[in-house]
Unconditional design. Structure first.
Length: 154
């Protein structure tokens, strides 16, 4: 679900974030993460995956592995882990949105599954749309990602 929001956000703010990192931190960073300067996110279909630092890939894989290992340990020792109810439940609810009654919990869990699946479909659609059209998602459908006063009408 975060990737469905992160894809267009990265297209909108890629140049600003890269410039900020280069100027404020002095890190050597690729001038633009985008593969061809067309506001497209690097992906298997668009190319540009080689522009991303191997250290970043290593960090992402390590973090993912750590989270997965923790989930396996939780499910294996579910009786011993305090507050562990279902797979993926790490007890993180800072805003207190998880309902206390059983019906509300089931509704919330079903909504999370549906929203997760919709996010996966959206990411797949973004990748294929950019591959077929050759334009970034934000350029193809600017009405969703740009302020109305910045839109050009034809």
């Amino acid at each position: 679900m975060l990737a469905a929001a992160g894809w267009p956000i990265s297209e909108v703010y890629d140049a600003q974030i890269t410039n900020w990192i280069d100027n404020d931190f002095g890190w050597e960073f690729h001038p633009a993460l985008l593969s061809d300067g067309t506001d497209r996110v690097p992906s298997l279909l668009n190319g540009g995956m080689d522009n991303i630092s191997p250290y970043f890939w290593g960090f992402c894989l390590g973090l993912t592995a750590a989270i997965d290992i923790k989930g396996i340990q939780n499910s294996r020792f579910a009786d011993e882990v305090k507050g562990y109810n279902i797979p993926g439940d790490y007890g993180f609810d800072p805003l207190g949105l998880y309902p206390s009654n059983v019906d509300g919990r089931k509704r919330m869990e079903l909504a999370e599954i549906k929203h997760g699946r919709l996010g996966m479909i959206a990411i797949t659609a973004f990748a294929f749309q950019e591959y077929v059209s050759g334009l970034g998602v934000i350029d193809e459908t600017p009405v969703f990602f740009r302020p109305l006063f910045q839109l050009e009408y034809s």
